[in-house]
Design a protein around this ligand. Structure first.
Ligand SMILES: [Zn+2]
Ligand SMILES: [Zn+2]
Length: 143
C-alpha cells in the first residue's frame, strides 16, 4: 500500500465523510434489488466490491450513520447529506460494498454486469450488453 495508484478515494456529497479503498476491487456491478432501489431512491445502484479491510474511512467517521437494512446487514450513509456509501451484507460477509458514484475518480474496473435484474424498475430502460443475472437468488444467469 505504498503507491498512490493502488488507492481509490471517495467521499459523500457534502465531503464530511471521506474514505480510501485499496485496489484491486473484486468486481463492479449494477444492482437492481428492491433494497438498493429503495434505500438509494434510484432505478439501480452501482456497487464496487472490495475485500473486507480494504476500505478505510479517513475523515468524518463520526458522521457516518448505519441502518440495519436486512437481518445481519447494514448500510452506511453520511448523516449530514444522506449519501449512501457502504453496504455490509451477510451473503457477502468477506466483502465491503461501496457505491461506485462516491468515488472521485476511476477504480480499476468498469461495471461487469447487472444483478437482481429480474427485480428491476419497469420505469427505467437498460439497453447495454452487459451480462444480466437475476432469478430467486438475484445472481443466476438470465437468457
Ligand atoms: Zn455528506
Ligand atoms: Zn442490491
Amino acid at each position: 500500500m505504498t503507491s498512490a495508484d493502488n488507492i481509490a478515494r471517495g467521499q459523500c456529497f457534502c465531503g464530511a465523510v471521506r474514505f480510501r479503498a485499496r485496489l484491486p476491487a473484486n468486481w463492479v456491478a449494477h444492482c437492481h434489488c428492491g433494497m438498493c432501489r429503495r434505500s438509494n431512491m434510484a432505478a439501480f445502484v452501482t456497487w464496487v466490491g472490495f475485500p473486507k479491510g480494504a476500505v478505510e474511512v479517513t475523515e468524518g467517521a463520526d458522521c457516518l450513520k448505519s441502518y440495519a437494512s436486512s437481518p445481519g446487514g447494514r448500510r452506511e450513509f453520511c448523516g449530514v447529506c444522506g449519501s449512501p456509501l457502504f453496504a455490509h451484507v451477510p451473503r457477502w460477509a468477506h466483502e465491503t460494498h461501496v457505491t461506485r458514484a462516491s468515488f472521485l475518480g476511476d477504480v480499476d474496473l468498469k461495471p461487469m454486469g447487472h444483478a437482481f435484474f429480474s427485480d428491476r424498475a419497469d420505469w427505467a430502460r437498460v439497453d447495454d450488453h452487459l451480462p444480466k443475472r437475476g432469478g430467486p437468488t438475484g445472481t443466476e444467469p438470465l437468457p
